[in-house]
Write a protein that binds this ligand. Sequence first.
Ligand code: PGA
Length: 254
Amino acid sequence: MVQPLVVGNWKMNGSAELAQSLVSATLAHLKEYTPSVRVAVCPPNVYLASVVAQAKPQAALLGVGAQDCHAKASGAFTGDVSVGMLLDVGVQYVIVGHCERRQYHHETDADVAEKAAAARAAGIMPIICVGETLDEQERSRTIEVVERQVLAAVPQGVQGEVVIAYEPVWAIGTGKVPTLQDIEMVHGAIIGCLKQERAIDADRVTVLYGGSVKAANAFEIAQVAGVGGMLVGGASLVAREFCDIVDAVSKAQA
Ligand code: PGA
């Protein structure tokens, strides 16, 4: 069984100074004890190299991820960053298919699949985001949408661990969270469909929950069957909150 994973998605927030202080506070906290979870932060691209350098002496405690990548290795794609470049600066994870990319950059399931494949081929772990919109949820389409997104991004024959983040679009940044029963049902469906359609055993699948996670709700969510960690947005910009979430997930596994 792989360790749970807690990932901070800073989105387009912060500054060089905030990046430095968040990482130093997180490292100081993680050094106090050895949590039974993996922890990573995903700063904006411009801060990746400095965050990697800062985390390097404690690389076993704190991983670094990007928030997106391009599927192609290089070329005329102004503003984009390839997985080779991410690897070059020491990044271990990349978020792909976040709903803000799907919404504002019109990324399709096919785009997400290409990005995930490129990341895997480079040896970077893609964190594949899936989740239904409010409209889809109200029309009881959640499982159908999530399974479609998962299967599009996870091909047959994938080796090693698969990391999925279930993030209901309506729960992101809203303070709204699904019921624990609903989280259990969706995570179970993701694990079940990867087993059935891709022959991937549950012990190779890590399903993070994301959407309005904070210190106050992390422990109860982390205890839900099928929850393998958290993808944290807003609360990851406050060191105390983020560290408390890490502790809650660690405690829930104990
Ligand atoms: P939130 O964002 O924690 O601010 O809701 C989560 C995410 O978008 O990954």
